[in-house]
Design a binder for this molecule. Structure first.
Ligand code: ADP
Ligand code: MG
Length: 236
C-alpha cells in the first residue's frame, strides 16, 4: 500500500539575485512528505526555511527543480491559477499573525471565505466552526487589540483553516509567543493535523517543537541534512 504524498520536491533551487550578488537560498532540495504529517522544518536563521515554505506554497517561484503538492505540479500554473490554487489548497500562518486590526476575530476569518467566493451561510458556519476549533468562539466579536498574542495567533490559525486547505504552512508561528502559549499552540497544531486531516509544515528554530511533530527536517545552508524521504505514517 502506498501513502499519498502531500509534498514532493525535486532538486529545488532558489537563487536570489540582487545586482551582482547571488544568494543560493535552496541548493537542490529533495523532499517527500506523506499526507497527514506534522513536520518541523528547522535550521538556523538564513538556512532557507522561509524560502522553502514559500516555494512549496506557491508564494515564490523556484529558480530550478520541481514541486508537486498532492500530485499537482506548480510549475505549469500562471499567476492567476496559482492564486486560485493557493486559496483552495494552502493555509498560511505567520509569526506576525497578519490580522486586520479593524475587523473582529470572526470577520478576519470570514473575510478569507468571502475572498474565496463562498456563499453567505457557508461562510458563517465555517467561520464559527473554525473559531470553535481554536477555542475562541466566545471571543468572536473582539478585535485583535483586545486579544492576547496567543489568542491573536489562534485567530490567524482559524483563518488559515477556513478554506479547508489540505496543506498548512506555518512560518515561525510561535516566534512571538511565550513558552506556555507556545506549548498551547503546538498542542493545537497537533490536534488540527489529526482532526482536520491536513499536512502541516512548521518552520521554526525553537527546540520546543520537536516533541510535538512527527518528523524534523533540518536545513543547513539551503540543503537538507536529515531525512528527506519521510517514513510512511504508522497509522496508514
Ligand atoms: P530562514 O527562513 O531559514 O531564516 P530564508 O529562507 O529567509 O531563511 O533565507 C535564506 C537565504 O536567502 C538567506 O541568506 C537570506 O538572506 C536570503 N534571502 C531571503 N530572501 C531574500 C530576498 N528576497 N532577496 C535576497 N536574499 C534573500
Ligand atoms: Mg524565516
Amino acid at each position: 500500500m502506498t501513502t499519498a504524498l502531500a509534498i514532493q520536491a525535486r532538486q529545488l533551487q532558489r537563487i536570489y539575485q540582487t545586482g551582482t550578488l547571488k544568494v543560493h537560498a535552496l541548493r537542490g532540495v529533495d523532499l517527500d512528505v506523506p499526507a497527514g504529517r506534522f513536520v518541523a522544518v528547522k535550521g538556523r536563521s538564513g538556512s532557507g526555511k522561509t524560502t522553502l515554505l514559500n516555494c512549496l506554497g506557491g508564494l515564490d517561484q523556484p529558480t530550478g527543480g520541481l514541486v508537486q503538492v498532492y500530485g499537482r505540479s506548480l510549475a505549469g500554473l500562471n499567476d492567476r491559477q496559482l492564486t486560485l490554487w493557493r486559496q483552495k489548497e494552502v493555509g498560511f500562518i505567520f509569526q506576525s499573525f497578519g490580522l486586520l486590526p479593524t475587523l473582529s476575530a470572526y470577520e478576519n476569518v470570514e473575510l478569507m471565505l468571502r475572498i474565496a467566493g463562498f456563499p453567505r451561510q457557508q461562510r458563517r458556519d465555517r467561520a464559527r466552526r473554525c473559531l470553535e476549533l481554536v477555542g475562541l468562539d466566545k471571543w468572536a466579536n473582539h478585535r485583535p487589540y483586545e486579544l492576547s498574542g496567543g489568542q491573536q495567533q489562534r485567530v490567524a490559525i482559524a483563518r488559515a483553516l477556513a478554506n479547508q486547505p489540505r496543506l498548512i504552512l506555518a512560518d515561525e508561528a510561535t516566534g512571538e509567543l511565550d513558552t506556555e502559549t507556545t506549548h498551547d499552540i503546538l498542542n493545537l497544531f497537533r490536534r488540527i493535523v489529526q482532526e482536520e486531516e491536513v499536512t502541516m509544515l512548521l518552520a521554526s528554530h525553537d527546540p520546543l517543537v520537536d516533541e510535538y511533530v512527527d518528523e524534523v527536517i533540518l536545513l543547513e545552508d539551503g540543503r537538507i541534512k536529515s531525512p528527506a524521504v519521510l517514513a510512511p505514517n504508522p497509522s496508514c
